[in-house]
Design a protein around this ligand. Structure first.
Ligand SMILES: NC(=O)c1ccc[n+]([C@@H]2O[C@H](COP(=O)([O-])OP(=O)(O)OC[C@H]3O[C@@H](n4cnc5c(N)ncnc54)[C@H](OP(=O)(O)O)[C@@H]3O)[C@@H](O)[C@H]2O)c1
Length: 437
């Protein structure tokens, strides 16, 4: 039997839909939705709209007023327990007298504030894990940044049906149809940064800004250009100041006078090119959750080669560009079928005359629910200073190797926060729960 009823599922589904309303504006914060209900009757709804402003729970409590008393709160992410730029939501829920809080997914940052403990001490029933996978997915970039110390990297490419991304002479305008290009704008808008290479800047002289045909509000993403020797033309549109732009180069490169006022980031070069792992750490430090890569085969291939590409967003047009045209990903040498790179097909959708495919490397580089483990050995950054020690640091919370949600005690042993039997039973019964057992 599932721990959660169909009414619980319906309300959490609604909370997830509400969370999406903040998709373009909450960066670097996660998107969060909240529903307050008495049984089937919804008494308040809210979502987090903008970093620094009220959280989803506060909006829902305001909407519910006195009806919040004894209600159940459905929240897509663990309520905050610490005072940040806004007061703790856990305390607001306690003050309003809610009787039960259902949380879709945990957030180790928030948990550190003692929100769940305080709510339980106040007599609130707190339950976790309803539609957890969907809630993690909604904030995949946020979790990537805080748990791995690097953004979630989505590589967008427009390709012909024969897998080509530009003609041999560099012309690629336009492989995809207009509807696909509008669709790309929405993926740009949700990203904290758009990353491109000097090859694309030279060939296409792109703007890389968000141009949407509706009135959707968004925070303009940072345009990031990899230009090892700071050699792109001075009059490139991308450095015109229309949107925030960061030129990333070899730290030893000479800075030409026309780029002295430009925001720049010098990084060590690896094999004569900007160190991509160091770049990702830097972007995480700047609060970037998701990076959209819009580059040619060279940079796209380098990201896959470095295992830094988490998703491929492919617009495949019904056209042929022929043998001489440029490939999808350059520099990936495979001579044995056992070395091939397998991808999981997440989604296929027709956009105008194109097919849009979303694919992720198999096994996923960013694996939901694997908070402990391989990331602990990842690069050391300010952002993951806390998380780097996850699994060892007293007070840290996460999943242990048996997939139990635990807190690390002072002596290094693990206090089990979730009842594994309950979690397992729920996982078996809940069609929405796809966490690995
Ligand atoms: N179909 C599509 O979706 C699509 C999208 C964008 C572009 N394009 C087409 O792709 C072509 C350009 O592609 P491209 O492969 O020549 O260039 P690119 O991938 O856009 O940029 C590659 C350049 O970035 C610089 N870079 C710096 N650090 C790097 C690193 N660690 N790894 C890889 N690159 C690094 C290098 O030049 P330096 O070291 O000299 O700085 C490198 O040559 C154009 O024809 C364009 O029209 C197609």
């Amino acid at each position: 039997m599932s721990l959660f009823s169909s009414i619980d599922h319906a309300h959490m589904q609604r909370a997830l839909v509400l969370a999406e309303r903040g998709r373009f504006t909450t960066k670097p914060n996660p998107v969060v939705g909240c529903v307050l209900a008495h049984g089937e009757r919804v008494v308040g709804e809210g979502f987090h709209q903008r970093a620094g402003e009220a959280h989803a729970e506060v909006h829902a409590l305001e909407a519910a007023g006195a009806d919040a008393k004894s209600a159940t709160a459905y929240v897509t992410l663990e309520p905050c327990g610490k005072t940040g730029r806004t007061p703790p939501c856990a305390d607001a829920l306690i003050c309003a007298g809610v009787s039960r809080v259902v949380v879709a997914c945990e957030d180790a940052h928030q948990h550190d504030g003692g929100a769940v403990e305080r709510m339980r001490e106040a007599g609130i029933v707190v339950e976790h894990g309803l539609m957890r996978a969907a809630a993690r997915e909604a904030n995949i970039g946020f979790f990537s940044r805080v748990e791995r110390g690097r953004p979630f990297v989505r590589v967008k490419l427009a390709t012909s049906i024969d897998g080509r991304t530009a003609l041999a002479n560099g012309d690629s305008k336009w492989i995809s149809c207009e509807a696909s290009r509008h669709d790309v704008a929405r993926w740009r808008a949700r990203s904290g940064a758009i990353l491109t290479g000097s090859g694309t800047v030279r060939a296409d002289n792109p703007q890389m800004t968000v141009r949407m045909d509706d009135d959707a509000c968004f925070e303009p993403p940072l345009r990031v250009v990899l230009d090892t020797g700071l050699a792109i033309p001075a009059d490139s549109i991308i450095v015109n100041g229309e949107a925030p732009t960061l030129l990333v180069h070899d730290e030893d490169a000479r800075v030409p006078s026309h780029f002295r006022q430009q925001e720049r980031l010098g990084l060590p070069a690896v094999k004569g090119r900007v160190d991509l792992a160091a770049l990702m750490n830097e972007l995480a430090k700047r609060g970037i959750n998701e990076v959209q890569v819009e580059a040619g085969a060279t940079l796209a291939g380098a990201l896959f080669d470095a295992e830094l590409a988490d998703e491929l967003l492919l617009y495949q047009a019904p056209t042929l560009l022929g043998d001489a045209a440029r490939p999808l990903l350059a520099g990936i040498d495979i001579h044995d079928m056992r070395e091939r790179v397998d991808l999981d097909l997440l989604e296929v959708r027709q956009i105008g005359s194109d097919l849009r495919l979303r694919l992720r490397p198999r096994p996923p580089i960013f694996d939901d629910g694997d908070t402990f483990g391989e990331w602990l050995d990842g690069p050391d950054t300010e952002v993951d200073a806390y998380y780097a020690a996850l699994g060892r640091k007293p007070g840290a919370v996460g999943y242990d190797d048996q997939d139990r949600y635990v807190r690390v005690r002072k002596d290094g042993s693990h206090e089990i926060l979730s009842d594994p039997d309950l979690l397992n039973r729920e996982r078996d019964d809940d069609p929405d729960s796809d966490r690995r057992g």
